[in-house]
Design a binder for this molecule. Structure first.
Ligand code: IMP
Ligand code: MG
Length: 194
């Protein structure tokens, strides 16, 4: 996979959000450029395959919408709901809130999530999907936070490696807020330490 570009310039948050956000970590321009690169790689790897994209709710909304619009491939799309119950920045017990509806047996599955953090979510979802006997499962995440990994799981495609910071925006939330921001920003610790 082509190496993601290093995160360099960190920008100030828009005025409305400066009390809540430390900074903009990844701008919308950086995201869009990188999503197109990921799409080109996925096209090369899945050309001629019977692709089913399985996206995890709710954090993938923006990433998924941009990624699949960039994918010049026939595909089918389905969602799985998985929630790490409870608000806050610490993930807890996983609960499946929506099951897959498409048949994935002998299909090529591209599993999409917003961020790979401890790896508990991807690990649990991959285990569940494997029981449906797809031909292969590849994983694609926008963000990769390797410092916090506890499960042995890696993403086949990822947009950006980020340091151990709690980030929001471009689909990612804190207590269901900030998903609509068009960039990825760093939430101020006092926002969740209160
Ligand atoms: P994991 O199971 O620990 O890998 O975490 C995956 C899930 O935790 C993601 O799908 C997110 O919903 C959430 N998560 C982990 N880190 C962050 C973050 O920095 N910001 C927002 N959500 C996060
Ligand atoms: Mg979340």
């Amino acid at each position: 996979m082509k190496k993601p570009s290093p995160l360099s310039l960190v920008r100030r948050a828009p005025p409305r959000l400066r009390k809540e956000l430390e900074c903009v970590l990844i701008s919308r321009t950086q995201i869009h450029r990188r999503v197109r690169e990921l799409a080109r790689q996925i096209e090369r790897d899945f050309r001629g395959r019977d692709l089913v994209v399985v996206s995890l709710l709710n954090g993938t909304v923006m990433f998924l919408a941009d990624l699949i619009r960039s994918l010049n491939l026939p595909l089918r799309l389905d969602f799985m709901g998985v929630s790490s119950y409870g608000i806050g920045t610490v993930s807890r017990e996983l609960v499946f809130t929506k099951e897959l509806r498409l048949e994935v047996r002998d299909r090529d599955v591209l599993l999409v999530d917003d961020i790979l953090d401890t790896g508990k979510t991807l690990k649990a979802v991959i285990t569940k999907l494997q029981q449906l006997q797809p031909r292969q499962i590849r994983t694609c995440v926008l963000l990769n936070k390797p410092a916090r990994r506890v499960e042995r799981v890696e993403a086949d495609y990822f947009g950006f490696v980020i340091p151990d910071l709690f980030v929001v925006g471009y689909g990612l939330d804190y207590a269901e807020r900030y998903r609509n921001l068009p960039f990825v920003g760093v939430l101020k610790p006092e926002m969740y330490q209160a």
